[in-house]
Design a protein around this ligand. Structure first.
Ligand code: PRP
Length: 183
């Protein structure tokens, strides 16, 4: 059976670079959330790997919660219509600071929608953190509060990111070979 790495053209962000980035962001979060009631919110599925690494590096007390959203449409382009498949526990929204953890920001629509959604439901504060940012693909203006690495507009997989649900388990972020998605 073909291994995932065989479909990777090249490594864009190495395991070492990822860990350095996670450490840097964790330090910033520790500084900013001293003496606050923090909930770190994982947006399934893509951010689960980054989330799991990050939560083990932050030292401030934090609770965790999960949401799963999906955008209508498929393939390599999102349509911008977002549906909530798994929701956060609303009972804590008014008393806790929410920090949304994402693996990547592309069009910006998912995070714009989620920030608005949580604020409308009374969240005390909402901030956002992403490992990867692809500003070239923005369709709505969105500036995350914590950014790991700004990347060019390439089709990336690994470290939680998928193509057709595959490649999430790769330990690095790699560029997918064009022949895989341009069949
Ligand atoms: C990806 C990623 C973000 C979103 C970013 O999720 O995890 O949630 O797309 O794109 P946007 O800025 O254009 O909204 P995806 O919908 O692929 O689901 P997944 O996390 O389950 O892979």
């Amino acid at each position: 059976m073909k291994q995932y790495w065989q479909d990777v053209d090249r490594i864009l962000v190495s395991e070492e670079q990822i860990q350095q980035t996670v450490t840097r962001i964790a330090k910033q979060i520790d500084e900013d959330y001293k003496d606050k009631d923090l909930i770190i919110l994982c947006i399934l599925k893509g951010s689960v790997v980054f989330f799991a690494d990050l939560l083990r590096k932050i030292t401030v007390p934090a609770e965790m919660d999960f949401m799963r959203v999906s955008s209508y449409g498929s393939g390599t382009k999102t349509s911008g219509n977002i549906r909530i498949l798994l929701d956060i526990d609303h009972s804590r929204l008014k008393t806790s600071e929410i920090l949304i953890i994402e693996d990547i920001i592309d069009s910006g629509r998912t995070l714009s929608y989620l920030c608005e959604y949580l604020k409308l439901r009374g969240a005390k504060s909402v901030r956002t953190c992403t490992l990867l940012d692809k500003p070239d693909r923005r369709e709505v203006e969105f500036i995350p509060d914590y950014v790991g690495i700004v990347i060019p507009d390439e089709f990336v997989v690994g470290y939680g990111l998928d193509y057709d649900e595959k490649y999430r388990t790769l330990p690095y972020v790699g560029v997918l070979k064009e022949e895989v998605y341009k069949k």
